[in-house]
Design a protein around this ligand. Structure first.
Ligand SMILES: [Zn+2]
Length: 314
């Protein structure tokens, strides 16, 4: 079996204002490292655009229309949806590719065309709420993929693990009432967006938040994974494991202070593959969220994808 990579040139055409951390160079750095000879066994695919019906599984029509209108209003310039989140002419296609890549990767893994997959796309998605684009995110990519697995492919239990250093408030909002999903987020607290307390547990204990203090480091992260995250995933027995793979918990990242290294991301990926092996036939789909130091981002993605390849080849 193989590891599939989903990406698209359109994701390089979503430009942000000068100095913005979520920039084109992030994806360029990720693609450059994944094109190295040691990754030659990866199977590359273009992200299709998400269909409107797929977006509407988690967002109301008004949100999709609002994003479209903001992009249309940008014309040759940029429109700020909020202080962090900007769109320009290329943003809609990029966002549709990022969401559509997640949907296609889930389909490839469920139908056995790949063992696991990584979506190298942007803009990220885990901060996008039902009616609010925010935190660099326009559509809830991973939630859209989860809904597709449930509604189109007949799965009944999908887990989403979000180890981005920021709380996945969007995924939590989109899947709050979706008891066929278990959403777990480890994140630094306090930090943007300010949500993700332990008392936010979803409609029926289908959301688990594991806030960690600034400076937590490898040991605290791994302890939290082993004591809380992995047992909850094991109990849930998911038929598919989705990962919101943000790498901004890296110690070199300028936006946070979780102080992890790429070794921690490799370790976490192994443990999530263990859960997938035990319950989900090894099916893992991981999508890029944050990660803003280019060198650390590339090294972390490389460590993450190497584990996916190693585990997928078994
Ligand atoms: Zn983040």
């Amino acid at each position: 079996m193989t590891t599939a990579i989903y990406t698209h040139d359109d994701c390089l055409k979503h430009e942000t204002p000068p100095g913005h951390p979520e920039r084109v160079a992030r994806l360029e750095a990720v693609l450059e490292i994944l094109e190295a000879p040691r990754f030659a066994a990866l199977e590359w695919h273009d992200c299709p655009k998400a269909a409107r019906s797929e977006l509407l599984r988690v967002h109301p029509e008004a949100h999709v229309a609002a994003v479209e209108q903001a992009v249309a209003a940008a014309r040759g310039g940029t429109v700020a949806i909020d202080g962090d989140t900007h769109v320009m002419a290329g943003s809609l296609d990029a966002a549709l590719r990022a969401a559509g890549g997640c949907v296609a990767a889930v389909e490839a893994v469920i139908t056995g065309k790949a063992q696991n997959a990584f979506i190298a796309a942007r803009p990220p998605g885990h901060h996008a709420e039902k009616t609010t684009a925010m935190g660099f995110c326009l559509f809830g990519n991973v939630s859209i993929a989860a809904k597709n697995a449930l509604d189109e492919h007949g799965l009944s239990r999908v887990a989403i693990m979000d180890f981005d250093v920021h709380h996945g408030n969007g995924t939590q909002d989109l899947l709050w009432d979706e008891t066929r999903c278990l959403f777990i987020s480890t994140h630094q607290s306090p930090l943007y967006p300010g949500t993700g307390g332990v008392h936010e547990t979803g409609a029926d204990n289908n959301v688990m938040n594991v806030p960690l203090p600034p400076g937590a480091g490898s040991e605290a992260f791994r302890r939290a994974m082993e004591a809380e995250v992995l047992p909850a995933l094991d109990d849930f027995a998911p038929e598919l494991v989705l990962i919101s793979a943000g790498f901004d918990a890296h110690r070199a990242d300028p936006l946070a202070q979780m102080e992890l290294t790429e070794k921690d991301f490799a370790w976490a990926t192994h443990r999530l593959c263990d859960i997938a092996d035990a319950h989900a036939g090894g099916r893992v789909v991981s999508t890029l969220e944050g990660g803003y130091d280019l060198e650390a981002l590339a090294a972390s993605v490389a460590a993450h994808v190497e584990v996916l390849m190693e585990r997928g080849a078994k």
